[in-house]
Design a protein around this ligand. Structure first.
Ligand code: BEZ
Length: 182
């Protein structure tokens, strides 16, 4: 992998701020997976005992649902090892390296590295009603800033790219309603 370089599929904050020496970037989809704010953050957008909620991807049970749209970055061999070290450190709170088939914008299937946090990891929070997700996000903050800023940044990034995600948009609506009650 580090000898040949690798493709990284980004679906969250890595879309806007990869801070990686990538050589190529393009839109891509990951069929059968969907974004969810089901992973806890004790180290970036929350604190131990008061975690925030951040993104992971989970399997989408609806086979007719649209695929998750994100970005593919190519990390060439010369920088691959260093990039992995940085990513592993940044995503250390429950995310693991996985490999999944993704479809690039030319329709070519590629095997890509995806950082995923799944059920059973120590920071996993799992599903909750929208109002509970919104309440937790409104309350949380950590060393990297508020959990609301993380959500709004992601929403802005997706909107700028023309990638609407109903889970993210619904959550933004619920958070705004809490912050600005009528
Ligand atoms: C990403 O943007 O790909 C990403 C988001 C959260 C954790 C790990 C990766």
């Amino acid at each position: 992998m580090t000898r040949e370089g690798f493709w990284l599929f980004a679906y969250g904050s890595l879309m806007a701020r990869p801070r990686l020496p990538w050589r190529e970037r393009m839109e891509a989809t990951m069929p059968g997976w969907t974004r969810r704010f089901w992973q806890g953050s004790h180290d970036h957008r929350g604190r131990p005992g008061a975690p925030g909620r951040v993104l992971t991807l989970v399997p989408e049970p609806d086979r007719g649902a649209p695929p998750c749209v994100g970005f593919l970055y190519f990390l060439p061999p010369a920088v691959a090892r260093g990039a992995l070290t940085r990513l592993d450190y940044r995503e250390k709170n429950g995310y693991v390296r996985t490999f999944h088939p993704v479809i690039d914008r030319f329709g070519t299937a590629r095997e890509a590295l995806v950082y995923l946090a799944g059920p059973g990891n120590p920071a996993w929070l799992g599903p909750a009603p929208l109002s509970d997700l919104a309440a937790q996000i409104c309350a949380a903050e950590g060393p990297s800033g508020t959990n609301t800023a993380y959500l709004f940044d992601l929403h802005r990034t997706l909107a700028r790219l023309g990638l609407e995600d109903p889970h993210v948009s619904d959550l933004v609506g619920a958070v705004r309603a809490r912050l600005n009650p009528a």
